[in-house]
Design a protein around this ligand. Structure first.
Ligand SMILES: [Zn+2]
Ligand SMILES: [Zn+2]
Length: 177
């Protein structure tokens, strides 16, 4: 979303818009795979106003990101909802410092401000490092590949399998008792 600097007045104004997020997808790719994908735009609601040449944008953004679970490889929807507060000063100007302590400070140049990079940054910051459909996701069986969230399989537990560790503990308990 590009906003013309002269359209930002001194009286705070409510603005709502949708920000296309498809440009974010190349940044979410990791080689041949990706953890997250943006398929719908972000909805942004904010208040904008100026003080002198400093521009303020204060609001919230909401979108839904599609994640691919690192354990079971299934896609799941991740709702993202995050507030933002930006002060944009013209490049080269001293920032007056009246933005409030929680505002992020950035710069603009020329007659237009592009809010897309700032919105993208907010979205990226709100994504977990490892995508998980659920904290308790049991993942795929390393032998037959079955999704263990959906059904059990009869594969023998391997050495590194946590199920095996439980058996080992039980056996020790029995000897001690
Ligand atoms: Zn999963
Ligand atoms: Zn299996």
């Amino acid at each position: 979303m590009k906003i013309r600097v002269r359209d930002v007045g001194e009286i705070p104004e409510e603005v709502e818009f949708e920000q296309d997020t498809s440009e974010l997808n190349p940044r979410l790719e990791k080689g041949t795979s990706r953890d997250y994908e943006c398929r719908v735009p972000a909805r942004v609601g904010m208040t904008q106003y100026r003080t002198g040449r400093d521009l303020f944008f204060d609001g919230d953004l909401e979108t839904t990101i599609v994640g691919r679970c690192a354990r079971c490889l299934e896609e799941y929807e991740l709702p993202v909802s995050t507030p933002f507060r930006y002060l944009l000063a013209p490049r080269g100007d001293q920032v007056a410092g009246s933005a409030g302590e929680d505002a992020e400070i950035s710069v603009y140049e020329g007659e237009e401000v592009d809010l897309a990079p700032l919105i993208f940054e907010r979205i990226l910051l709100s994504l977990p490092t490892t995508p998980l459909c659920n904290e308790q996701c049991r993942g795929l069986c390393p032998r037959c590949g079955i999704n263990l969230n959906e059904s059990e399989c009869n594969c023998p537990a391997s050495e590194g399998d946590p199920r095996m560790a439980i058996f080992r503990t039980l056996r020790v308990d029995r000897i001690d008792g």
